[in-house]
Structures are given as structure tokens and as C-alpha cells.
Write a protein that binds this ligand. Sequence first.
Ligand code: FES
Ligand code: ZN
Ligand code: ZN
Length: 307
Amino acid sequence: MKCDLCNNESVTFVRYNGSHLCADHFKDYFVKRVKKEIRKEVDLFKGDTVGVAVSGGKDSMVTLSILHSLFNERNGIRVVCISIDEGIEGYRPPSLDIVRKYCSDNGIEYRERSFAEMDLPMDDIAPVSGSSSPCTYCGVFRRKLMNDEARKVGAKYLATGHNLDDVAQSVMMNLVRGDIDRLARLGPHTNIRPGLIPRFYPLRMVPEKESLLYALVAGIPFWDGECPYWKEALRNEYRDVVDGLEDRSPGTKYSIVSTYDKLRPLITPASPHEVKFCFCGEPCNGKRCKACEYEEVLKGRIGAGKG
Ligand code: FES
Ligand code: ZN
Ligand code: ZN
């Protein structure tokens, strides 16, 4: 099959708009949408710093690669790659090797934080996570370290690799659970909360499949191993539901997210003005942040196991 725009072989058929595209035209099409999303979500000027949260998976590597090509000395916007080592043997070390090498080959500033700083690697947390999924703890600690490092490098925004599939699943999940507060806070962050670096999602309007194809045709290295602790059963169910809907009516994922965007101004998060800080420096709702609370609980459980 030929590309609709030139004589080259097509590499993909984009079902929701019925077009066949070759590798070069697919890359153009992809980057165009990412740029549009960036323009919609953030205001960046000379002297600003953007942090990019990178795990080494396809989505975060694609995000890093595109942001690095858009922002550089020419426009005076600094890009800093930030990675977190959760302490998962056999899973995280190879992915971080890919990120480090990519950054050093491409002259990208690289920062790394680790769960070892808290003396709580995921390999120690998982056996004591009880009835909660290990991902619950992992997510809270990762967000804290990421936010802390982004703040340290003076980032105005923090980009993550969330794609259209991730966002559509989150919208559906929170809608069905009636979790209006989470729904309102899904981001991109328009209400700036002191101490919390606003997130933005350059891949928010591109399906996961296209992010994978872009990584492959653009030759971006990535790690596709699966986390041994990944146990988000609910999200997996919503993935199946959203994929099923997309299969029957191409364009559904896009329509879920754009409908959410239209509704968003009407949804207000609970107590948006209340700002408190934990003794560790993180913004929080109660006296302490979730990460400090979890740290104490987990260390107690690990200590009890040893004793
Ligand atoms: Fe955190 Fe898997 S990466 S639980
Ligand atoms: Zn073409
Ligand atoms: Zn804290």
C-alpha cells in the first residue's frame, strides 16, 4: 500500500481518519499533533526550564526526544531529563541504562533520584504491601521524588509521557467511580498549586499504538520490559473497555478526552485554595504528605518482619 501523500510505501493505516502514511509523513503527522498539544498546554519563554519525567519506556523516551528537538540553545529553553530508580532488580536498571546513554549521546542534562534515599527500594516494599497494590506506594514515592527534583532544577513545568489511551482510561475510571475530585485534578494542571510543579502531557492526544510506531520509525531506543509488581487490575479492565469501544468506533478515545476537556471548566476540585506543606517540603492536604505517611507505615512493617 502506498502513502496517501507521496509514492513511498505506507507504514501505517490511521483508522480514525482513513489515511495511509509512509514513515516520514507519519513522523510529521505525529510531531504536528504533539506540538499543537504543547502549545495548548504550556507557555514557555527564553530562560525557562522544562523537566521531563523519563522511565525509559517508549512514551517517555518519545516525549524526551521531541522536547529535546524543540527546545534547545536556539530558543533558550532548557530541558532536563529526570529519572527515578525505584529499586526493582532486573527491571529498572536496564531501562535507566538506556536513558543515561540516550542523554549522554544527545547532550541532554540528566538527573536521577532513587527510592534508596528513603531506604525503601520497591523490592523491600512489595512483600509488605498487604492488601494494597505495590503500585500505590510506588506511585506516591515516585511523584514525590519527581516533584522534588523538578523543583530543584527550577522547572516551570514537568512533562510526562501519558498518551491518549492513559488519559481516556483515567477519565472513564474516575467518571464511573464518581471521583469528581480526581477527575478535576487529572491535568494538564491549569491551577498552579504552590510547591507542585505543574504537569503537562505532550502525547495526550496521540494513541499509544502511534507512540510505539513513532519510537520505532524514528529510531528512539526504549525499554519494553514489564514491571513485576504491576497489579492495577481496575486500570486493566478500563483498558479493555476503552480498546473495545475504539475497535467498534474508531476515534472514541479521542472523543472521550475531548469531551472531558469541554466538561473540565465546569468541574471544580474540592478545597482548591487550601495549601499546606509537610515537614519534608512537599505540598499536602493533611498534616503530612502521603509519602511520609507511607514511609512510616512501611518501615514499621519491614521492622516488624525483621524483629
Ligand atoms: Fe512502580 Fe512497578 S514501576 S510498581
Ligand atoms: Zn509519504
Ligand atoms: Zn512529607
